[in-house]
Ligand binder design. Sequence first.
Ligand SMILES: Nc1nc2c(c(=O)[nH]1)N[C@H]1C(S)=C(S)[C@@H](COP(=O)(O)O)O[C@H]1N2
Ligand SMILES: [Mo]
Length: 405
Amino acid sequence: MFTRRNLLQSASASVALAGGLLPPAANAASVTLSPGVPAGLDSSATMATLPGKKPLIKLSYRPPNYESPLEYFRTPITANDEFYVRYHLADIPDIDTRTYKIAVGGEGANGRAEITFDELKEFPAYEVVAVNQCSGNRRGLSQPHVPGVQWGYGAMGCARWKGARLRDVLDKVGLKTQAIEIAFDGADGPVFDKTPDFIKSLPVWKATDESTLIAYEMNGGTLPHFNGYPARLIVPGWTGTYWMKHLVTINALTRPQGGFWMKPAYRIPLGEFPVVARFTTQEDATSTPITEMVVNSLITSHADGAKVRVGKITVGGLAWDAGYGIRTVEASTDGGGTWSAATLGEDLGRYAFRPWSFDLTTKHGKNTIVVKATNRIGQTQTATLLFNGAGYHNNVMQSVTLNAG
Ligand SMILES: Nc1nc2c(c(=O)[nH]1)N[C@H]1C(S)=C(S)[C@@H](COP(=O)(O)O)O[C@H]1N2
Ligand SMILES: [Mo]
């Protein structure tokens, strides 16, 4: 069990290991679990099955946080029942589409509207294949460790989403010129009063992008309960935190949304990461909300330590970025000394997982393969972690060691 106490102990132990040179957010004195994460967080990952899902790696039960195992990433589309689940709040209602409504308004809107599920489906429908990745994917690999859900590699998935454009829905009420952000709330709520409700906002430019959807279909089926049934926001290119599930409220704002989940939560140090998309109305002197994903890749054909034969084998996996598009995936079998291009697979769109494969000849014993992706604007993965106190944006090049024999 991972209790508050041993989390604090492990945090102070890593402070000691690092000689106290940690950024303030990771200091033992300031370590608190995010309000959505209960004290009973389970550090020993176990496979568990939520209703309607295949087994996933359970990291916490209340709220439910379950990641997908490596085997579910052998295809560029993640099946609905294999898709990861991330919640901050434990009270997740069962929604009846006959009574479900989305309320649209706010002081930055010219009017108000209530949109029923049937009305949502009457808007022109659009589809996008897009990766939904939690900002904290791979947080559990952060050295030194940081508090929060200890995700491995599987807090991500890619699906074909279908729904109405958010901008068409906003057109129903009309935006005032003073509108700067659009804020979203879902039907889930906190179990304890002290946990702030999960409210997120987007800058108007991203909210009204043609690819930002309110989706009611995922891979041709309804959304699974745990992935936002009956409708959720799809924000291609941006991390999962903005992809509001069980969407029930949309408010146009003339001032920055001031809730906990916009600040201090989900922030990165200003200027640390090479991201293009800015959320200027939320920036302060030292931090910015996390926005778009950094370029990344994952070897999914083999787990680290897998047994393979001596001779020709094919290693494969996925690459993705914020939607600039993957230009190359390269692999190295000499620890990064020399790199060879992998073959890119099917292109399902610029926001999708891009499959790749790489042929190599193994020698008897240990064979280590490192992979890195580069996108069309020249961004690539880092060799070492760009540390931040929340464990976001981990795109360290991954390596696996295969045992040939
Ligand atoms: N209503 C609601 N929507 C939410 C959240 C939440 O806690 N409640 N978590 C967000 C976060 S942080 C992530 S990473 C994604 C995860 O989407 P998934 O659970 O469908 O995989 O949902 C987002 N939308
Ligand atoms: Mo997330």
